[in-house]
Design a protein around this ligand. Sequence first.
Ligand code: FAD
Length: 516
Amino acid sequence: FLTQRNVALVVFLVLGSVTMHVSDPVVPSSLDTLRLRGNLSFGDVSLAARDFGNRYQLLPAAVLHPGSVSDIAATVRHVYRLGQGSRLTVAARGHGHSLQGQAQAAGGVVVHMESLGGGGRMIVHGGERPYVDASGGELWINVLQECLRHGLAPKSWTDYLHLTIGGTLSNAGISGQAFRHGPQISNVHQLEIVTGKGEVLNCSNEENADLFHAALGGLGQFGIITRARIALEPAPKMVKWIRVLYSDFTSFTEDQEMLISMKETFDYIEGFVIINRTGLLNNWRSSFNPQDPAQASQFDSDGRILFCLEMTKNFNQDEADDINTQVEALLSKLRYIPSTLFQSEVSYLEFLDRVHVSEVKLRSKGLWEVPHPWLNLFIPRSRIKDFAKEVFGKILTDSSNGPILLYPLNRSKWDNRTSAVIPDEEMFYLVAFLSSTPSTASDRSSLDRALKQNERVLEFCKKAGIGMKQYLPYHATREDWKAHFGESWERFARRKEAYDPLAILAPGQRIFHKAA
Ligand code: FAD
């Protein structure tokens, strides 16, 4: 019946969001004849046209709920065999937490990767080099919970765990542990991948190594990750969680850099920029205890630009005294404002799943499913002060739209054979502007304002030659993508030709376009 459809291209522009419906006359009815363990749904496909960014809505023709890896392979092979006569594309959708439609496929097939998940496919292996084998559609929170039952846990994280393995490995997967262990893509032993030709291949450093490295940080361009083998370590039971404030940017970044360069240091190190926030330390009191309550209550954050250093130290109960001594020694080396030292102790699970607590609160107020014009940048260490001087306080006069993260990472923990793109310096900073822009009856323009601010930041980086690279990148033209990849563009394009020559996969990244 799909062959009978007329071409319809309808673009709705509503409040800055784009809804696009493309029905392709050559979407073949033969899709319907594929013999699958799972199923293809042609009916309600609207969920597959949504993402966390809440700005792009590209409707697919069908959603595949795979019952097995063979279902995914059969579907991709089918589309591959249709060749260039068909416009059909295929997008793996993890948890749909992309920002600009990257997991969507206008008029194509979206693969609902979570259907592949399920505890049955997750196997934890102990021993000297423990690891877990898990489905590419598994959520990291489920991986953590399963591993904890064996006293183990992955080493490298994202701040939020309701994301899939395939989704974060297609970018990099970074958080405050990345300075020690590297990003998540540095902690994978093996992948199973369905390529753009529909082949199912195992790959690792030893086997199909080029595909292995291509897929890590590969923005879904070379294959669909159906299984990953992830490195584990013994899981601590508890976490000492510490926050302090700085008013001087140089002391803040120098302390961060010193901490990530030390051998004996914290287990997690991040930072935040806070601009003109009222009652900041009072808010912290709901989850942290001030070291000096009297002084802390006098502290005024109004109208100021402050920098928060956040650190944790993992421990088990029998090590509590020892850990306190180590933490005190580390804190004594830092130059934070003394009255702003706040501490707390929580379980390892509570710490790692901390953002979910905010999600639940925001959802209850209807503030989760709103536009998220996020901008994530990697800034070389040599230019971070120039960047901060221009952006904080000038381009951004408050941080009320959402958190601004700023923390250092080290290139030596990244593998340059992967597809991930980072600046060309040993140390660089993640700067993440994580804006939420609900529109209220009185103010419908907060999304526009945030987008303009992002543009100004990007323009400044370009004009000042900051050497910045986007993380979770979004580029509108081939030229911009080439500039993003720089010297590695040729390798990226060659890998595309080798593993997805018809440009079937992850069309929502808008890097390559299927010819039809
Ligand atoms: P999706 O949005 O579903 O997919 C992302 C891309 O990967 C798409 O192009 C898709 O086609 C492709 N893809 C999905 N699954 C597969 C697969 N199995 N094989 C191949 N390609 C696939 N990132 C960090 O690094 N650190 C953070 O701390 C962090 N925090 C976040 C917090 C929140 C609240 C949100 C919304 C995002 C955060 N991110 C963070 C970004 C996140 O890692 C990426 O957006 C990630 O892609 C989302 O995973 P997902 O499962 O939702 O992927």
